[in-house]
Design a protein around this ligand. Structure first.
Ligand SMILES: Nc1ncnc2c1ncn2[C@@H]1O[C@H](COP(=O)(O)OP(=O)(O)O)[C@@H](O)[C@H]1O
Ligand SMILES: CC(=O)OP(=O)(O)O
Ligand SMILES: [Mg+2]
Length: 428
């Protein structure tokens, strides 16, 4: 948007360098992929999870998959106290296969950054000044931006000469009209503190929107979509002709849908009430709503697989948690149907959206009048491919489209590097 950040990368790697390492640092995990953008091959991928848990007791787990595939998969356990240690482990695993960070074939490192505030609406080369801005946004993404920053700092220390690019979760949502982005609170107060709805998971919403259009055999500009990203964090977006016009997350990734550990929408007065009546501090309420709510707060489990098992055993709390989750989802489908006026497809993605047939079925149950339904047989099929699960000739398609935030980040990162090589290294 505004600001003086570079919009293309300086040419720091040789023109033959075509590899991009993507780091997606979450609150307690790092997902990574090394891709060769010359032909789109994935050279390695992996995950370090439970970072910082039970430090010293070795509860963290790392799974690294070299390009040889599942057969070459390596796992290691042991303590991983923080994100810096996690990234060092990633660098070691890559080096083991001759794909170390010192490789001249590496063109750039792309980082998922969750909050980009008002300023960043496009992938951005990370300078000291850009990093300072990402740090300034920590209070509005306390679970996410600190991990992203550690990822950036560690990667920069390992390869100071290499272009590092930030790809923001908020970027795709910067097209929201003002009436969708602005809260109905005092304008001066809101503006002074940059309080507005930013939206998150945008990299996924953007990637999935394009893939869904492809699945429908149309250009992104020709379709209106409701995209439901249902992972640990979860968000819905209304996408008109390839552009986001509304999304369920707001100032922070707390608003909207019921999530694994986050409440999503609640009356903000819950906070005042807990403060006044239960004597809880603001930080206590923050922890309550972000970490002890959602599915885990309702039934003790945040994994939809476990909740499904418990429901089959007749567990009432698990059943109620599922029903609350689905009720909220259905309300957002209805709301975004109204926002868009005409909907071509409702698209499910991320861990729950891609894998939970019961959630998809329940979310559209009873919406036949809106042209929405799933075909039980198609919905039950397990597959990694984008697919339709609605009945043939349905007025509105229901689709499952696997997301790949890392691939999208790699593509956006490499596009910036390639533009820099073409001599476009302009400052905006
Ligand atoms: N086979 C499955 N059936 C139902 N839910 C699943 C399945 N696999 C994963 N999930 C759900 O997906 C969640 C993780 O989603 P994911 O998109 O990987 O999360 P994140 O990227 O936010 O960590 C799990 O917590 C679980 O609830
Ligand atoms: C923004 C957000 O909620 O991300 P995640 O789903 O990775 O927690
Ligand atoms: Mg995710």
């Amino acid at each position: 948007m505004t600001g003086s950040h570079r919009t293309t990368a300086p040419a720091t790697a040789p023109a033959t360098a075509t590899r991009v390492l993507v780091l997606n640092s979450g609150s307690s995990s790092v997902k990574y992929q090394l891709l060769d953008m010359a032909d789109g091959t994935r050279l390695a991928s992996g995950l370090v999870e439970r970072i910082g848990e039970g430090a010293g007791e070795g509860t963290a787990r790392m799974v690294h998959t070299p390009h040889a595939g599942e057969a070459g998969r390596r796992e290691r356990g042991g303590p991983v106290p923080d994100h810096a240690a996690a990234l060092k482990a990633v660098a070691e695993e890559l080096a083991h296969d001759g794909l170390g960070l010192d490789s001249p074939a590496l063109a750039a490192i792309g980082h998922r950054v969750v909050h980009g505030g008002m300023r960043f609406s496009a992938p951005t080369v990370i300078t000291d000044e850009v990093l300072a801005e990402i740090e300034r946004l920590v209070p509005v993404a306390p679970l996410h931006n600190p991990a992203n920053i550690t990822g950036i700092r560690t990667a920069r220390a390992l390869r100071p000469d290499l272009t590092q690019v930030a790809v923001f979760d908020t970027a795709f949502h910067t097209t929201m009209p003002e009436y969708a982005a602005r809260y109905a609170i005092d304008v001066e107060t809101a503006d002074a503190h940059r309080i507005r709805r930013y939206g998150f998971h945008g990299t996924s919403h953007a990637f999935v929107s394009r893939r869904a259009a492809e699945l429908l055999g149309k250009a992104p500009e020709e379709v209106n979509l409701i995209v439901l990203h249902l992972g640990n964090g979860a968000s819905a977006s209304a996408v008109r002709a390839g552009r986001c016009v509304d999304t369920s997350m707001g100032l922070t990734p707390l608003e909207g849908l019921v999530m694994g550990t986050r409440s999503g929408d609640v009356d903000p007065a819950v906070t005042f009430h807990l403060r006044r009546v239960a004597g809880m501090s603001v930080d206590d309420v923050d922890v309550l709503l972000n970490k002890r709510s959602g599915l885990v707060g309702l039934c003790g489990d945040n994994d939809m697989r476990e909740i499904g098992r418990r429901i089959e055993e007749g567990d009432e709390r698990a059943r109620l948690a599922f029903d609350i989750y689905v009720h909220r989802l259905k309300k957002y489908i209805g709301a975004y149907y109204a926002v868009l006026g005409r909907v071509d497809a409702v698209v499910f993605t991320a861990g729950v959206g891609e894998n939970s047939a019961p959630v998809r079925e329940a979310a559209v149950a009873g919406l036949e009048e809106l042209g929405l339904a799933v075909d039980a047989g198609l919905n039950a099929v397990r597959s990694d491919a984008p697919r339709l699960v609605s009945p043939a000739r349905a007025r509105v398609a229901v689709a499952v489209v696997p997301t790949d935030e890392e691939l999208e980040i790699a593509e956006q990162t490499f596009a910036l590097v390639a533009a820099g090589r073409r001599g476009g290294g302009r400052e905006s």
